[in-house]
Design a protein around this ligand. Structure first.
Ligand SMILES: Nc1ncnc2c1ncn2[C@@H]1O[C@H](COP(=O)(O)OP(=O)(O)O)[C@@H](O)[C@H]1O
Ligand SMILES: [Mg+2]
Length: 304
């Protein structure tokens, strides 16, 4: 269990989505439904992973939340206030929603605008008209939060993929968002870059109380969330805790998704090793290895 999950306020949803639908229109005017009748409610401080095969509507969902797109049908409420519906919103609403709900994209090169790290992080608050001394404070605090303070004066193009992505995250944090959507933000990174970005995401969620919507293909990343939402063909297909979702490998395979290797290994061991207990929380690969060795010790099995 994560430490602060008891403090999540389930009664007042931060984001509430009701019966959301969106279709893209192609050049011939034909409509392709990307999202159909999606309803869900996300409490403040929750870490939600969104899974789904390619084309299942994940990015469309993110763009609707960020008001890059407007729904054809349905509504989005933020903090109980209607912000998005098929009715054209005013600029102030869009601006306010984008400040409260930040977005980190797949490729950091598309998000980073300045050649020096601290200038890049300052860009967002500058656009908001924040005072210079406050910008300085926010830039320092944001770089601290992503563990990139020592790179403040570095050239952005010289950074690794993972470092660039953390700078992109700092740029979003500097706007003081209450929620951050990560749209496959780890998918272009090497394993160490992924790990650093995932640690940053967990830190922002646990220590800063930021609501996280993490779109990913990586099941071990989804296992770190409080909740997993699975989209399939534009519809909400599964919604539950990682344990609930990953204990239904059949349901996942039916939509071309697979359970994490560590999870299937633990279940396999529980079936084949007498007394072996599956932990009550899904582990990442490293924790999984430690857990197995502890269980083997407890059972007096030597794992040579
Ligand atoms: N700009 C677009 N124009 C037309 N169709 C699109 C566009 N973007 C996405 N789609 C279609 O909408 C569906 C959902 O896409 P998307 O939300 O990007 O899915 P995901 O992020 O899960 O891969 C797919 O069938 C995709 O081909
Ligand atoms: Mg996508």
């Amino acid at each position: 269990m994560k430490e602060n999950s008891g403090s999540i306020d389930i009664k007042t949803p931060f984001i509430e989505v009701r019966d959301l639908a969106f279709a893209y229109e192609d050049a011939d005017g034909r409509r392709h439904e990307a999202l159909r009748g999606v309803s869900l409610s996300i409490p403040k401080g929750q870490f939600v992973a969104v899974l789904g095969h390619n084309g299942s509507g994940k990015s469309t969902f993110a763009k609707l939340l960020n008001m890059i797109l407007l729904p054809d049908k349905g509504e989005i409420y933020v903090d109980g206030e209607l912000v998005s519906s098929p009715v054209e919103p005013d600029e102030d609403t869009i601006f306010a929603v984008r400040r409260r709900i930040g977005m980190v994209h797949q490729n950091p090169d598309n998000q980073i605008v300045a050649s020096v790290v601290e200038e890049d992080v300052a860009f967002g608050p500058e656009n908001l008209g924040v005072a210079p001394d406050e910008i300085r404070r926010r830039v320092d605090a944001s770089l601290d939060a992503v563990g990139m303070r020592e790179y403040a004066l570095a050239t952005t193009s010289h950074l690794s993929g993972g470092q660039k992505q953390r700078v992109a995250v700092a740029g979003v944090i500097a706007m003081l968002p209450e929620c951050i959507i990560f749209d496959e933000s780890t998918s272009m990174l090497d394993p160490s870059g992924r790990r650093d970005v995932m640690k940053t995401i967990q830190y922002l969620n646990r220590e800063r109380g930021i609501t996280i919507i993490h779109i990913t293909h990586d099941m071990s990343e989804a296992a770190l969330a409080d909740r997993v939402v699975v989209l399939s063909d534009g519809e909400l297909y599964l919604d539950g805790t990682p344990d609930e979702i990953f204990s239904r490998p059949d349901k996942l395979r039916a939509v071309a998704l697979d359970v994490p290797q560590s999870v299937s290994l633990l279940h396999e061991l529980a079936r084949s090793v007498e007394g072996f207990r599956v932990p009550d929380c899904i582990k990442d690969a490293e924790e999984c290895a430690e857990y197995i060795s502890m269980e083997f010790d407890r059972l007096g099995i030597s794992a040579r």
